[in-house]
Design a protein around this ligand. Structure first.
Ligand code: NAD
Ligand code: UDP
Ligand code: UDP
Length: 335
């Protein structure tokens, strides 16, 4: 019979905790290709507030246009080589140009972004007690001497080559992550991302999948860089985002390879694009760039065991999804 217990008086602290039930997440590089897909996925969860920090070097506001003005979303023009003061629970640190054309354009800036940018994000994580995930790269394995590459392989990297600003930069970024973890107890996660493709890739950023699709749609020859027998493994972006979120939410620091183990030569890729998109284009052989890794395929045993993750989208199914986006952006209607 009507027990009239008074409601507990909410302490200011409890109240604050209640209102903090939301997770505030910083995504550096969130205006880029992978970052914007990650933001889309994070924003689907109504408990998440997302802050993007990006200097728009290779990314664009256009990739985030559906979120601009949303009450749970904030976009900051910011260069991660400068300190950043925000209060967040998690940091997905993606900021860094990923395509060779862009990272070689200003190599000093690239290495600053990897080293000083990662240092700043770790300083931020330390100050606010946030968990931080770094998107490292399969390039830390360099031109690998073991195949497929697993996480315990230390790599075969040229420290003074034209790619070093990127691959050595990421290696230092990984070192910084572990030093902050060991010395300051920061919660870290490291993903080693293998080649990823999908809608919103920069059309002219020179990466192989975007090049071939744009060339096929424009009716130009597909440029296979010699010898054409070099291999890559391509992961569709929705699978990648799923892997990154699982890594962040899980209990393992990594490094963990995230990529699709389906391995193709560049000639095979060209033939597949030709068959699926435009059978009338030619495939031509052109000169390659220095230090091009000859083969690359992730060993994803760790991702399977520790994250329960494996990619779902096969190359043949992912390419047409990307084709639709490229058609729209290039203004090439479907026949
Ligand atoms: P992207 O170039 O589309 O995105 C990078 C974003 O970072 C862009 O929006 C860019 O403007 C921003 N950025 C660059 N320098 C910055 C700086 N100094 N301050 C603030 N913002 C900056 O590339 P992506 O493919 O989306 O790659 C995202 C991350 O994943 C990168 O860290 C990249 O190294 C890593 N990665 C990508 C691939 C891939 O195949 N796409 C493979 C391995 C690793
Ligand atoms: N930093 C930042 N945001 C913060 C805290 C730190 O950008 O909220 C930067 C800071 O400017 C410094 C870097 O992170 O350059 C490393 O910070 P840390 O506290 O680890 O080192 P220190 O400031 O002692 O050099
Ligand atoms: N490549 C190619 N044609 C192109 C662009 C790239 O054959 O138009 C080749 C390149 O030589 C490399 C592979 O595709 O062997 C992947 O290159 P990309 O720049 O896409 O990525 P990364 O080298 O970083 O894996």
């Amino acid at each position: 019979n009507g027990s009239t217990k008074p409601p507990p008086t909410p302490s200011p602290l409890r109240n604050a905790k209640f209102f903090q039930a939301n997770m505030r997440i910083l995504v550096t590089g969130g205006a880029g290709f992978i970052g914007s897909h990650l933001v889309d996925r994070l924003m689907e969860n109504e408990k998440n507030e997302v802050i993007v920090a990006d200097n728009y070097f290779t990314g664009s506001k256009d990739n985030l246009k559906k979120w601009i003005g949303h009450p749970r979303f904030e976009l900051i023009r910011h260069d991660v080589t400068e300190p950043l003061l925000v209060e967040v629970d998690q940091i997905y640190h993606l900021a860094c140009p990923a395509s060779p054309i862009f990272y070689k354009y200003n190599p000093v800036k690239t290495i600053k972004t990897n080293v000083i940018g990662t240092l700043n994000m770790l300083g931020l994580a330390k100050r606010v007690g946030a968990r931080i995930l770094l998107t490292s790269t399969s390039e830390v394995y360099g031109d690998p001497l073991v195949h497929p590459q697993n996480e315990s392989y230390w790599g075969n990297v040229n420290p003074i080559g034209v790619r070093s600003c990127y691959d050595e930069g990421k290696r230092v970024a990984e070192t910084l992550m572990f030093d902050y973890h060991r010395q300051h107890g920061i919660e870290i996660r490291i993903a080693r991302i293998f080649n990823t493709y999908g809608p919103r890739m920069n059309i002219d950023d020179g990466r192989v999948v975007s090049n071939f699709i744009a060339q096929a749609l424009r009716g130009e020859s597909l440029t296979v860089q010699s010898p054409g027998t070099q291999t890559r493994s391509f992961c569709y972006v929705s699978d990648m985002v799923d892997g990154l979120i699982r890594l962040m939410e899980g209990e393992n620091t990594g490094p963990i390879n995230i990529g699709n183990p389906g391995e193709f030569t560049m000639l095979e890729l060209a033939e597949t694009v030709k068959e699926l998109i435009n059978p009338s284009v030619e495939i031509i052989m052109v000169e390659n760039t220095p230090d091009d890794p000859r083969q690359r395929k992730p060993d994803i045993t760790k991702a399977k065991e520790l994250l329960g993750w494996e990619p779902k989208i096969k190359l043949r199914d992912g390419l047409p999804l990307m084709e639709d986006d490229f058609r729209t952006r290039l203004g090439v209607p479907k026949k």
